[in-house]
Design a protein around this ligand. Structure first.
Ligand SMILES: Cc1ncc(COP(=O)(O)O)c(C=O)c1O
Length: 372
């Protein structure tokens, strides 16, 4: 899902411009910066693209999640419901915020099971944290319904889903906060970086203060004499990241469109074979097509299929093992997530690129399927 594939002279020009001006800090240095605020401009344009009132640039997706959880000011040690299939950063940010991750099963959408959210909910639940894995939406209608009925806030981990939608609304705009990652392997990249979005002024303010040591960022006072509004940390985005983000954001619609075309070419071929079934999408048009995930009838066949792919030069994703939290020893959990394991061990994942020979890959997969 790499925005890095489309790096060209535009990114180079923007970064050089920042370096020539010499201001890398997002705040202050008013004379030297000549009115140019790259991070602030990126936030403004990102908020407009996503459809949120506020956006706050941060140093990573992990930082975005931590900022969101701190911004809610939740009672410590309360529980956060999140899927057992996610990047470990989701779990780390919950623990770092002094909260307890409670993992839920996934279903054939490879996203959190709404049924298991209902089963795990209890008096100690303080947040529901769905993760839109591999660019495709969780089932947000029932999740938001549960949130409303139980009065439990939703924080969305949209780190892998910048630009994806659910029923015409961008992911990250359903919950109290939406969190995005712009690390080097993401669909929009600033090398490292992230964004927190919200529609709530107070929550924006909490996040803004938290991500920069409690600074209120007053325009009428120098930074050195500002009071501190709350406890915080340093998760600031810098001006080079802001400049890169602005260029990448412009390219994002074309990136997504190209992914979709490439994915369709490959999927059309696989659809001919009855032994292959596909990941369920709650909004097939709204996903950003960064991956094609499909299932073989059982784990043995999936392994054999992946071997055939490797022999033929196609890299089968290992995300389903790497991102299965039950396989990560540092995370303590009492459940074995057998339902999720059964789904993931049958899954094969192909990464879709902008610059790929989709026809060639489709032909190779066609041959593998015919001989399988
Ligand atoms: C689902 C998910 N959450 C959080 C993160 C953390 O993002 P970052 O690498 O920018 O810290 C990632 C990154 O891969 C991710 O995939």
């Amino acid at each position: 899902m790499p925005g890095r594939e489309v790096f060209d002279q535009e990114e180079i020009k923007e970064v050089l411009e920042v370096l020539n001006r010499g201001v890398l800090f997002r705040y202050g240095f008013d004379v030297q910066r000549q009115g140019v605020f790259k991070v602030a401009q990126f936030e403004k344009e990102f908020a407009s693209y996503i459809g949120s009132r506020y956006a706050l640039g941060v140093s990573s997706g992990t930082a975005a999640l931590k900022t969101a959880l701190e911004g809610l000011n939740l009672p410590k040690k309360t529980e956060v419901l999140t899927p057992c299939f996610t990047f470990v950063a989701t779990i780390e940010s919950i623990e770092e915020a002094g909260l307890k991750p409670v993992l839920c099963e996934i279903d054939e959408s490879l996203n959190i099971s709404v049924q298991d959210i209902q089963d795990q909910l209890n008096k100690k639940t303080s947040v529901i944290l769905p993760v839109h894995m591999m660019g495709s939406a969780c089932d947000m209608t029932p999740i938001m319904q549960i949130s409303k009925e139980k009065n439990i806030p939703v924080v969305e981990d949209a780190c892998q889903a910048t630009g994806a939608q659910y029923q015409g609304k961008k992911l990250g705009t359903f919950g109290k906060y939406g969190c995005f990652s712009f690390d080097y392997v993401k669909v929009l990249t600033t090398g490292e970086g992230g964004m927190v979005v919200t529609d709530d002024e107070n929550l924006y303010q909490q996040a803004d203060w938290y991500h920069d040591h409690g600074h209120p960022h007053r325009s009428d006072l120098p930074r050195g004499v500002e009071e501190r509004m709350r406890k915080g940390t340093n998760f600031r985005m810098n001006e080079i990241q802001g400049a890169l983000g602005l260029v990448q954001l412009k390219k994002l619609p074309t990136i997504i469109e190209t992914h979709k075309k490439n994915k369709a070419v490959i999927k059309t071929v696989l659809e001919k074979y009855d032994f292959i079934t596909f990941r369920k999408h709650f909004d097939a048009d709204g996903e950003i097509a960064t991956f094609l995930a499909f299932f073989l009838p059982d784990a043995k066949k999936a392994e054999r299929f992946k071997e055939k792919m490797k022999e033929n030069g196609i890299n089968p994703g290992i995300l389903n093992y790497w991102h299965f939290i039950a396989n990560i020893k540092s995370v303590k959990t009492r459940r074995n997530f057998s339902r999720s394991r059964k789904i993931l061990e049958r899954a094969v994942v192909i990464e879709i690129l902008v610059k790929m020979d989709a026809e060639k890959m489709a032909d190779t997969l066609d041959r593998i399927c015919r001989e399988f």
